[in-house]
Design a protein around this ligand. Structure first.
Ligand SMILES: NC(=O)c1ccc[n+]([C@@H]2O[C@H](COP(=O)([O-])OP(=O)(O)OC[C@H]3O[C@@H](n4cnc5c(N)ncnc54)[C@H](OP(=O)(O)O)[C@@H]3O)[C@@H](O)[C@H]2O)c1
Length: 264
């Protein structure tokens, strides 16, 4: 299927690794020009090396930016508009908040998670929406979590901030749909990335067992009986960023191997 987004400009946040990186690859494959970001230049360079080994038609740019810092959100926006006069696609993503239950996290941890995973996403989106409105075309996809449908034990900061993000997305999707700006969320379940390994390691250390045992156990309650691969994530996001998704907005779609057992 031709997605119809060749030469569209896409800003993909937190994308040197994991799910964000998968989105970068999928959009480059469709011929988008992509701005890839993360906090660490080495990680960005490694990601660029992997991408350069493949023959994508889209052009890749990269930018170092810590999305937990409000001033760096503005730097990112300024850098993006120095490259292009149109940002057609925004994929909001960030590192996951610190794991833990209520008693494990401090008030500062809450503030940090709310800034990094909610407030700064809202600020960046607010900066970019006027460009999309002017061009009468835009796609915004937020990478959230299956936890917005079913909170995950030991991830209270993630559960709280992502629910807020979904509510933000639904609210603005109603306001911007008539400008041909479509806003959706993708909800990963258990896709084997550094984040899942970090959470598994924390559990393994706590229970004094091997991390591989914990990772194996993570498949047990999945109908599909395996963890997801990074390459299984980006294609859905690329579809939602495309011409072909022209009647889909305000939705949240799981990529979770059947983890969430509810009907909706
Ligand atoms: N994997 C899953 O199945 C799953 C399930 C539910 C939810 N999620 C959520 O989806 C998001 C992406 O997860 P992932 O599994 O892809 O994680 P990951 O493999 O750890 O990758 C995170 C990416 O974000 C960048 N990053 C982290 N903190 C950042 C910050 N403050 N500013 C800018 N970039 C930052 C990292 O690069 P640098 O280190 O170079 O900055 C890296 O490129 C996370 O919020 C995660 O909690 C994932």
């Amino acid at each position: 299927m031709e997605l119809g987004i060749k030469n569209r400009f896409a800003l993909v946040c937190a994308s040197s690794k994991g799910l964000g990186f998968s989105v970068v690859e999928s959009l480059l494959e469709e011929g988008c020009n992509v701005l890839m970001t993360s906090r660490n230049l080495d990680n960005l360079n490694n990601a660029e090396k992997i991408i350069n080994q493949k023959k994508f038609t889209g052009v890749l740019n990269k930018f170092e930016c810590d999305l937990s810092k409000p001033e760096e959100i503005i730097n990112l926006y300024n850098h993006a508009i120095s490259l292009t006069d149109r940002i057609d696609i925004l994929v909001n993503n960030c590192g996951g908040p610190k794991p833990g239950n209520l008693e494990d996290v401090s008030s500062d941890d809450f503030d940090y998670a709310i800034t990094q995973n909610l407030k700064n996403t809202i600020d960046l989106t607010k900066l970019i929406l006027p460009l999309m409105k002017k061009n009468f075309w835009g796609r915004i996809v937020n990478i959230a979590s299956s936890s917005v449908k079913q909170p995950i034990d030991n991830l209270i900061l993630s559960n709280i901030t992502r629910s807020g993000l979904i509510s933000f997305a639904k609210t603005i999707s109603n306001q911007y749909a008539s400008f041909n700006i479509l806003i959706n969320n993708v909800l990963p379940g258990r896709i084997l990335t550094d984040r899942i390994k970090e959470i598994a390691k924390q559990k393994a250390d706590k229970e004094n067992i091997d991390i591989n045992i914990v990772i194996d156990q993570l498949s047990d309650d999945l109908p599909i009986k395996r963890l997801g691969e990074i390459s299984e994530f980006g294609p859905l996001v690329a579809f939602l960023c495309s011409e072909k998704s022209s009647y889909i907005t305000g939705n949240s779609i799981q990529v979770d191997g059947g983890l969430i057992k509810s009907l909706f």
